[in-house]
Design a protein. Structure first.
Length: 411
């Protein structure tokens, strides 16, 4: 039996690894393995993810995968400090005292925000799928909390698409990320980078580094070869429209990511890992990687500047050299000394994730499709809601493999 897996991200690699025990599996990948978890090899000789990554204690499938490949000893767990940038100043927002001292929300608004977080853990978020997030926040918590706290976060996460997002997404997101310690949230990272896991997951797989063209006509044909089953794990926008329609797959709107990665001799903050940007800047979040992991692992400070846009947006289509100037110009407003810069690289993902728009829960893709033996797994699978993640992608890969095993009577 022959199975094609299109896309060598974590979902595709997971599915291929499981299914290769029962069938002849070929993985098609147009760029590099790892997908959004892929890494860049620096001139200093270390690997670092192109887009910031970390994991959580509850990431069961990811942690099992790390254990399977005997990489658990590489994991480091720390409480990550976060901040909020307002008028070129960065305020830490971790402990109750720091939150109380934040000057741009009234005490009453802080109480409203705390109650909202508490209530979100116990609500059925699915009931709010057709309600807009801006409308929901305004009605429930008020205009000032919306404008001073949530709007910057929504713009940071969804760029110009933030007005389309469902209130259900926010409620679900707050619910899964509200289990914090007194001093902040505990996160994990693998010393040496997640590239080690990606390399282990590719071992023994037949990966063809070429763009895959899926055609349907008397069977499933990928790049001229007939397959008994096809697992499509790439963004659905890359699937032929005729095939997508025949498979009964809903139209999904995607956003794009642009990320600047900086190597430097200096840093911006002393100990804040993640800073959300309240000010209007070209980036919506700053992630100081070496405020989490030891700088000695790299020999320099590492800073991510993250932006979200659309495939046809000006930011996604601006040349690298122009973007570098824009990112550095805004970064200097928070005290970064450009003389400390070692290098800056720009990374883009055309389809970095779905926009969790109103009604999105009805668009989550089943693993089976209307086209016999065509399966879908990836960013639009249920495990990647309300947040796409390494864990969600690995879980989707495992689940689609189990569906295929059942359908073809394996074991």
């Amino acid at each position: 039996m022959k199975i094609a897996v299109i896309g060598a991200g974590l979902a595709g690699l997971t599915a291929a690894s499981i299914l290769s025990e029962y069938a002849d599996v070929v993985v098609y990948e147009k760029e590099v393995e790892g997908g959004l978890a892929s890494s860049w090899h620096t001139e200093k000789g270390y690997w670092i993810e192109k887009f910031y990554h970390h994991c959580f204690r509850g990431d069961k499938e990811l942690l099992e995968q790390i254990k399977r490949y005997k990489l658990t000893n590489k994991l480091v767990w720390k409480v990550a400090r976060v901040g909020f940038a307002h008028e070129d100043r960065i305020y830490p927002l971790n402990t109750p005292l720091e939150i109380l001292k934040y000057p741009y929300l009234s005490f009453t608004d802080k109480i409203k925000l705390a109650l909202f977080t508490y209530k979100s853990r116990r609500r059925n978020y699915k009931e709010f799928d057709e309600k807009g997030v801006v409308e929901g926040i305004r009605e429930e918590i008020g205009e000032s909390v919306l404008n001073e706290f949530f709007m910057p976060l929504l713009r940071s996460k969804f760029g110009e698409n933030h007005g389309e997002v469902s209130y259900a997404w926010l409620l679900a997101r707050v619910s899964i990320r509200s289990n914090r310690k007194y001093s902040g949230e505990e996160l994990g990272y693998m010393r040496g980078g997640f590239q080690q896991l990606v390399e282990k997951m590719t071992e023994g797989l037949n990966i063809q580094y070429e763009r895959a063209s899926l055609k349907v006509g008397g069977g499933l044909i990928v790049n001229g070869r007939d397959y008994d089953a096809v697992v499509f794990t790439s963004p659905l926008s890359e699937l032929d429209g005729t095939v997508r329609k025949a498979a009964g797959i809903a139209e999904i709107k995607y956003q794009s990511s642009v990320c600047a990665l900086i190597g430097a001799e200096g840093k911006v903050t002393e100990d804040i890992y993640w800073t959300n940007i309240r000010d209007r800047r070209v980036f919506g979040a700053m992630i100081e990687h070496t405020n989490f992991m030891p700088v000695k692992d790299y020999g320099e400070e590492l800073i991510y500047l993250a932006s979200y846009t659309t495939p046809d947006g000006w930011l996604y289509n601006t040349p690298d050299e122009d973007l570098k100037k824009l990112y550095l110009k805004d970064l200097k407003k928070y005290g970064f000394n450009e003389g400390d810069l070692n290098w800056i690289e720009i990374f883009r993902a055309k389809y970095s994730g779905p926009i969790f728009e109103k009604g999105y829960l009805k668009k989550l893709t089943d693993y089976r499709t209307l086209l016999k033996n065509l399966y879908i797994a990836g960013m639009t699978s249920p495990p990647n809601y309300p947040e796409r993640s390494m864990n969600g992608s690995i879980k989707a890969g495992k689940e689609v493999a189990e569906v295929i095993k059942k359908d073809f009577g394996f074991e």
